[in-house]
Design a protein around this ligand. Sequence first.
Ligand code: ACM
Length: 782
Amino acid sequence: MTVPCRPLLPLAAMLALAMAGTGACAHAHAEVAAAAQVRGAPLIPRPASIRPAPGRFLVDAGTAVRAEGAAAAEVARQFAGLLGDTTPIRLAAPLDGDEASAAGIVFRLDANAGEASPEAYSLDIGPRRILVRAGDARGLFYGAMSLWQLLAGQQAAAVWLPAMRIEDAPRFGWRGLMLDSARHFQSVEQIKSLLDAMAVHKLNTFHWHLTDDQGWRIQIERYPKLTQIGGCRIPAGEAGTGADGTLHPYCGHYTREQIREVVAHAAARHITVVPEIDVPGHAQAAVAAYPEHGVVDGPTEPSHNWGVNPYLFNPREETVRFLEDILEEVIELFPGPYVHIGGDEAVKYQWQASPQVQALIGELGLKDEEALQSHVLKRLEAFLEARGRKLIGWDEIIEGGLPPQATVMSWRGIEGGIEAATRGHDVVMVPGDTLYLDFLQTDLPDEPPGRPKFTSMQKIYAFDPVPGVLTPAQRAHVLGVQANVWTEHMRTFERVQHNVFPRLSALAEIAWTAPARKDYGDFLARLPAQLQRYRALGIPYAQTALAVALQRRDDRATGTVTAALSNPLGYLDIRYTTDGSAPTAQSAAYTAPLTLEVPTELKAAAFFDGRPLADRPSAWPLDGASLLTRTDKTLAPCPRGGRLLLRLEDDNPPEGPRASFDVTIFHPCWQWQGAQLDGIAAVKVRAGRIPYNFGLLREEESTRGYRAPVAAHGEFEARAGCDGPVLASVPLPEHPGADGFVELEAPLRAAPDGRTDLCLTFSGDTRPQMWVLDRVTLQPGR
Ligand code: ACM
């Protein structure tokens, strides 16, 4: 059979020896690949070593899979199953035994393998057979994942693999991902799909944030109200209370059976689940269920406010025993060594205000509330230690005295981790400004809600979890690294997936690959193959990361837009068109900012090895109207807006897509830098109104600012500079229209010459709601 030849592209070819048969052309391609492609084997995370070897191996339905012993056979089955799910290659059930003479793919557990780590493996691809070998089932599984990576995403039922030898072992033993199931809830099937994805990234620790102010998500048999009451909240605004007053609770919890199912699914993929029960703060849902274990009298309810809420567990003996009862059941469900007890953001106002708690501090002879927190956590640590478990907590557990054996999860930067390691405690690095995946991954306007101070792939990739200041002995305390998915702004699982992928690839590499083998350029060259795998796995990864970003400078006087184009990940081959057609690899290459006359329809796409990276090109209709219009996402936050910039979504409609708004919540203000106001008669605004639902405690009181309103319900104002004169102003209505928006026109009182930094605000305090700018348009005079 003759197989049609397609031209081989340098890196796209990588291992793309996928051929419908074994014809002459396939062989010719294999030769090329064997010589040239092995060094580019696009594995993520990058293995410790890959050495090319002579020859090639054909994987197709006739390839035998062999394994000796139950553990190796299980890995072989998982490999064949995953391959069958993601490629057209259907392998027969594994054969028992792996005699040295046998051909095929052999999975061998070899107690004498002698690798340093139980997660180490070797993968030998030779002309007659592929040998995956490890001293432990974990390593064998990772060898299988590497082999799967080499084959996944292929469209053909027969694939040539160039011969090579891979030797590999992870840098860290803790390679984690945290999922917050409290703020928003994910189904068991969704969590399993995340675990599946973790496994192919060679991640091994799933930290499950199961309790918080907004929801208690784990069934505790002895205290059923934790989920009955603590498992439901009434969301803020119209999402929770309809126009007719009907309540729409947001509920969810995992039964014991479901938790066992998740734990077993994880274990089958060599992932340990670390449950988190947050103590003594982030306790509002639990206190709503059992007010007697809170500090403040009277009922409360699970919070619908994001941020930091004041409810704490009571530190008295009865409540410590209540927490121990809970941990007893948690331990039954989660066999892993660690239990996470939170410890973060427990602002002590309630303890400070409570005479009973103050008396307890006196009775125990403690210095202050921090020492009291430490006292409670030490009790819980002793409880866990007595049952063979280890306590891990957020870095606040250092304050007031670390429990003696505690492991510290350093989230407020790396400093807590440095301090803990210096004191001989184990550490997991999760610095929020680098590894919190609720920060948007690009600064594109079409990122879903989250925290707009974005965390790029590059920033994650550049992070080294081991601080240089540590001595070698202290470095040994850095167990590893983890990314955290906080879900306040991730109402749907698709948003979780968008935020996690492809950034999880960078996390995997910093967690697994030795620093000397890290190379961002090389990573970018391997990422397209990873995206192919994501497609094969059905993972809807973020297209924004692969799109083209536009930075524009408009000039109304000349009717031009100067457009600077870039790809957020740093891919350099950007092609563009201005005739409405979709860019191809042959379109004009972008090399420097373009000055374009309006109207021009600009389209651009980033390419790698001649193929577009995103599913669709980026497109901007650069017309006359676009020179006069900005949105909340293309305006800058005002300099005095404060640090809390959020991309928040509307509270309506109940289902389906909702509008989102960039807003600095303490001082909502948007700035049009360099606005050209000559010839402008009015400033038109389209504004929405969304819940203001944040637990911000005293930070809010000291930081928040609104201008005093003049009209009954405040006004929309445009100023020349944020402290400058009002240029335009229009009263706001009491309520937005039925669609949730208002459109208002503010006549321009005066137009300064030249360019003006226009500050746009709403006066008045409308809490628990706030006006948010959706779009602003400069209206020329007639
Ligand atoms: C945290 O982000 N509060 C650990």
